[in-house]
Design a protein around this ligand. Structure first.
Ligand code: 13P
Ligand code: SF4
Length: 326
């Protein structure tokens, strides 16, 4: 059995140039690599497209490849499969899950919806396919505000699964929203004290924060936004230093766009790397990408009926985003 514990168990031949081989196999197999900003720098550098969750979904829907290799986590690869069912979607390690997605089990969420009838269900893209199938409209951190604002003002809403993003949007829109009590272990791990210490040491630095962070961290932010929002802000703003409260993989792109600026990863309350890395995102490695392209596995498969039900709310999000030019 080639796949052991969720990934291809194969040692590449000695001396093989993994990056050159990945490039060769991409051409030969008409495959593209889509990478999230939280991947390691070496993976971002070989990707055909790097983006946030929204841009990655848009790219998955519109490309001419036969194979999409997803350098990201499972809900992202599943979303790509739902949007491009005719393509093969490969994920180099099936263990690349998401604590936020796991914080919303489908049976409990289904009971929650039943307990609050008559509400439109808006779910963050960081959910399982089963949760998407129970949802009316999907959103990402880039378009969440706009998606909520696109609904009639008196619409009653359930927002899931992220309590931080949900409460942030609720505070910005004043909508009637019941928020599911889920969270991401990475974004809840930032230490406010350590961030404030860094700010004292770097008084001109701006604190930029992902909305999945807790309220005290959001309260000290100069800017709150999705990964692409943070990237755009740091590239166009005129400060020389930024304390970055999201997964530090994004800093690779920030440095590329603004080599003259300094980027400091916000420290976690308790970590070995001094930052807040997503252990799921970091399960993907160049070696696993090489093996996955070589053996064309592990592959994402989803039952047809589930896929059809999950497609509708994702498509609704993409249509609203296209209408709003997002
Ligand atoms: P975005 O890249 O869409 O902001 O999402 C952040 C995230 O946590 C992805 O897992
Ligand atoms: Fe999930 Fe958090 Fe990792 Fe994003 S950073 S993939 S929300 S666990």
């Amino acid at each position: 059995m080639l796949i052991k514990e969720g990934y291809v168990d194969h040692v590449p031949d000695e001396g093989v140039d993994i990056i050159a081989e990945i490039e060769r196999m991409k051409r030969e197999k008409n495959a593209i690599i889509l990478s999230h900003f939280y991947q390691t720098s070496d993976i971002q550098d070989i990707a055909d497209f790097i983006g946030d969750s929204l841009a990655l979904s848009q790219k998955a829907e519109s490309n001419s490849a036969d194979i999409i290799l997803f350098a990201g986590v499972k809900f992202m690869a599943e979303t790509a499969k739902i949007l491009a069912p005719q393509k093969r979607v490969l994920l180099p390690d099936l263990n690349a899950g998401c604590s936020l997605s796991d914080s919303c089990p489908p049976d409990e969420f289904s009971a929650f919806i039943e307990k609050h009838p008559g509400r439109t269900v808006v779910s963050y893209i960081n959910t399982s396919t089963e949760i998407k199938a129970l949802t009316d409209i999907i959103c990402t951190s880039t378009n969440a505000l706009k998606i909520i604002e696109s609904l009639p003002e008196d619409e009653k809403i359930i927002f899931a699964p992220d309590r931080n993003l949900g409460n942030y949007i609720k505070s910005q829109t004043n909508r009637d929203m019941i928020v599911w009590d889920g969270a991401c272990h990475v974004h809840e791990e930032f230490s406010l004290e350590a961030i404030l210490d860094l700010k004292r040491e770097n008084p001109d630095a701006k604190i930029i924060v992902h909305p999945e962070c807790e309220l005290p961290v959001r309260m000290v932010a100069d800017y709150i936004g999705s990964t692409s929002g943070l990237l755009k802000y740091s590239a166009t703003d005129n400060a020389g230093c930024y304390i970055v409260a999201t997964e530090p993989g994004i800093i690779h792109q920030m440095k590329k766009r603004s080599p003259e600026k300094k980027f400091i990863p916000a420290p976690a309350k308790d970590s070995t790397c001094g930052c807040s890395e997503c252990n799921f995102m970091k399960l993907i490695t160049l070696k696993k990408i090489y093996n996955t392209l070589k053996f064309e596995m592990p592959e994402i498969t989803i039952g047809e009926d589930l896929m059809k039900r999950a497609y509708k709310p994702i498509k609704r999000m993409l249509d609203i985003s296209a209408r709003l030019g997002l």
